[in-house]
Design a protein around this ligand. Structure first.
Ligand code: ATP
Ligand code: MG
Length: 330
């Protein structure tokens, strides 16, 4: 999709010449996918290019073990977890973490791929086989959360930091389906806690740009699931729903410009279009909707676009959401 808006260089992600070619005409290099090899980001840094968010942030977010360890070291609560370097370690990990648990590949997972739920010890070997016996794994306690939330923040080069309100997210088959902002019945104490948690990460990583932190709410606690060093799907609502969108503030931050205000306009929901393209006319017939399509080929399970639904209050949003859900055939 980005080819539509800039010079398009085609090359492998570890093709040094192609990377330097792209960077040669850029003031700053940024990314919107944490699958970019850290070595590629470092090669650009070493060649004197500014890369934001930094390679250090990219590296932490690429490895679930490094990520959860970083969270824990910063005093951010996480589900119990254990490293699984070998088959024997898997059984010991299950003892330590407890079951049910989720076995995940340490690297490369997205949209719930590379994960298996394990309910009983008898399922451990099959779970490991399903993920491939050579991939490094992590076992995580399965959390019966009240709901899933995410917090997005942006930090400028001078340390100025802004937050958007906590977002409530629902997933199906490991894929984000809907986000609502602000999260319904959001308590100020919960917002303050989430801001404190993400601030620890922003400061620890000397972070520049937008950072997303995915959280599980359990009572009054927030457990950190993972972070994304980039603009995030659960922040797409900010295009229509915030004074400054996550995209604009990310660019402002990485370019060293002042950040924009992050006040929310009314209440907003975001629905992902997954697998099939929606019927634009029926979606847009509902008041308050905005349709964004990414120009991708339809494929099962692929995020092809999203619908933002804006409203003045929760009641109006619920009614519009019901109409959009029907228009999308969900
Ligand atoms: P994405 O790229 O979509 O954020 P991902 O593939 O990187 O996802 P996770 O965010 O770790 O993987 O997991 C996807 C979803 O699976 C979570 O949003 C949550 O619904 C569920 N999940 C993951 N870990 C746990 C856990 N420890 N306990 C309960 N549910 C979990
Ligand atoms: Mg996730």
């Amino acid at each position: 999709p980005a080819a539509a808006v800039g010079r398009h260089v085609i090359g492998a992600l570890d093709d040094r010449e192609a990377l330097l070619d792209v960077a040669s005409s850029a003031e700053v290099v940024t990314y919107e996918w944490e699958g970019v090899p850290a070595s590629a980001a470092r090669a650009l840094e070493d060649a004197g290019h500014r890369v934001e968010p930094s390679t250090a942030a990219l590296e932490v977010s690429q490895d679930r073990l490094a990520e959860k360890t970083t969270f824990r070291n910063l005093g951010i609560d996480v589900p119990e977890f254990a490293d699984v370097p070998t088959l024997e370690a898997l059984h010991a990990a299950a003892e330590a973490v407890g079951l049910p648990a989720i076995l995940k590949t340490r690297r490369g997972g997205y949209d719930g791929k590379g994960q298996v739920l394990v309910r009983a010890a008898s399922e451990l070997d099959a779970a490991r086989a399903a993920l491939g016996t050579s991939a490094p794994l992590i076992l995580e306690q399965h959390i019966s959360f009240d709901r899933e939330l995410s917090i997005l923040a942006v930090r400028a080069r001078d340390g100025d930091t802004r937050f958007w309100p906590l977002v409530q997210n629902t997933h199906r088959d490991g894929i984000l389906r809907t986000s609502r902002a602000p999260a319904p019945r959001l308590e100020p104490a919960m917002q303050a806690l989430a801001e404190a948690l993400i601030t620890k990460l922003l400061e620890q990583l000397a972070y520049v740009g937008v950072l997303a932190l995915e959280l599980f709410q359990v009572g009054h606690r927030l457990l950190a699931n993972e972070m994304a060093p980039r603009v995030h799907n659960s922040g797409h609502w900010t295009i229509e729903g915030s004074t400054t969108s996550q995209f604009e503030n990310h660019l402002r931050a990485v370019l060293g410009l002042p950040l924009g205000r992050t006040d929310t306009r009314g209440v907003v929901a975001m629905l992902n279009c997954i697998g099939d393209l929606p019927d634009a006319a029926s979606v847009l017939a509902v008041e308050g909707t905005h349709l964004h399509l990414y120009g991708k080929e339809p494929r099962p399970g692929r995020k092809l676009g999203h619908v933002a639904v804006t409203a003045q209050d929760v009641e109006q949003l619920d009614s519009r959401l019901a109409q959009v859900t029907e228009a999308l055939g969900l």
